[in-house]
Design a protein around this ligand. Structure first.
Ligand SMILES: Nc1ncnc2c1ncn2[C@@H]1O[C@H](COP(=O)(O)OP(=O)(O)OP(=O)(O)O)[C@@H](O)[C@H]1O
Ligand SMILES: [Mg+2]
Length: 336
């Protein structure tokens, strides 16, 4: 059964000066008990999609059902079964971690005794016990994110929306967030997760929907998306171009296709069987006495997929926070 079915969602943000078509006929389905990764660059329309499906905002056109309830007419019912952790944490800075969770529990209608017990369980589960009595003002970014996620699941929602749950976290906090999310998945919740990190969708999602300019431009598992742009290849890096030419000739003689990249001093050989090809080429280069700097099998990454699908690169990499700003600018430059 599909927990989410959305058809033709359109959202236009209007101001006196401009009009931004954030969603432009977006269709989406998410099957019960699965994790959908909504993947796209800055400005693609991820947050807008989440806010609409979580009933925080109405679409200008289109329709959707959430767990069978109509998005436009049964918003109240939908709110009672979903949890949302937004792109920017919604917790109250001036309350402690525990007070925040109890407050959210009470807002969702839990009796205070139950809310307190649930808060304590979650503080333990999210490794926030030591900080539970401190105001959130004193929390690090990663702690806020964890608290925000804890507040989103206080009522054990059937459907959980996580909007960029790991953006801004350092690599270690990101991994620990992934563990937490995996635990939630293990408990059987349906999850819609947005991310600009291809790696994250790959790691957590059963199915990936790639969104760009307010539309879904591709849908499939990580492997399906990758296979759309071709299979594996063996890449060999040598020390100089004389060897490169000799090696290319020798490998071609055995009937393999070889692409030569002189600037990178690299040969690329498409392969359907992977390791045997790698070993054969390795032996051949050894017989030629060509020094090899690097040799390996490369599978297409989701970055490659994005580039092929959209004609532009996807996202800043984990290691390079500055690239985030560049991506913003790129988005701006597209006039969105
Ligand atoms: N309140 C708003 N008023 C005007 N334009 C908006 C508003 N919110 C979003 N937009 C625009 O709508 C488009 C989609 O925005 P959205 O926040 O959904 O993207 P996103 O995929 O979540 O991006 P990011 O990865 O940066 O969070 C962008 O061009 C954005 O500038
Ligand atoms: Mg967003």
């Amino acid at each position: 059964m599909d927990v989410i079915t959305a058809k033709g969602l359109v959202k236009v943000y209007r101001s006196r000066k401009s009009e931004v078509r954030a969603l432009d006929g977006l269709d989406l389905t998410v099957e019960e008990g699965t994790v959908l990764g909504l993947l796209g660059p800055n400005g693609a329309g991820k947050t807008t999609t989440v806010r609409i499906l979580a009933t925080l905002m109405r679409p200008d056109a289109g329709s959707a059902t959430i767990a069978g309830y109509d998005l436009l007419h049964e918003a109240q019912r939908i709110r009672s079964i979903i949890g949302l952790s937004g792109q920017y944490a919604a917790v109250d800075e001036n309350l402690t971690g525990r007070e925040n969770l109890v407050m959210f529990g009470r807002l969702y209608g839990l009796p205070s005794e139950v809310a307190r017990r649930r808060a304590d369980d979650l503080l333990g589960q999210f490794d926030l016990e030591d900080a539970a009595s401190r105001t959130v003002k004193t929390y690090s970014g990663g702690m806020r994110r964890r608290l925000d996620l804890a507040s989103a699941i206080i009522i054990r929602p059937r459907l959980l929306f996580l909007d960029e749950p790991t953006t801004g976290l350092d690599p270690r906090s990101r991994l620990s967030m992934w563990e937490i999310i995996r635990d939630l998945i293990g408990e059987g919740a349906t999850l819609l997760l947005t991310t600009q990190y291809l790696e994250e969708a790959d790691a957590l999602a059963d199915s990936i929907a790639v969104v760009d300019h307010g539309k879904i431009i591709a849908r499939g598992t990580a492997d399906e998306l990758k296979s759309r742009i071709g299979g594996e290849r063996v890449e060999v890096v040598l020390t100089n171009n004389v060897d490169l030419a000799r090696a290319a000739v020798a490998i071609r003689r055995h009937g393999e296709q070889v692409a030569v990249d002189e600037a990178a001093c690299r040969l690329t050989i498409p392969t359907s069987d992977g390791v045997p090809t790698l070993l054969r080429i390795g032996r051949e280069l050894d017989e030629l006495r060509v020094p090899v700097v690097d040799i390996g099998i490369h599978r297409p990454t989701l970055d490659d997929v994005f580039l092929v699908l959209t004609g532009h690169a996807a996202a800043p990499t984990f290691e390079d926070p500055a690239a985030g700003a560049a991506a913003e600018e790129r988005t701006g430059a597209r006039g969105r």
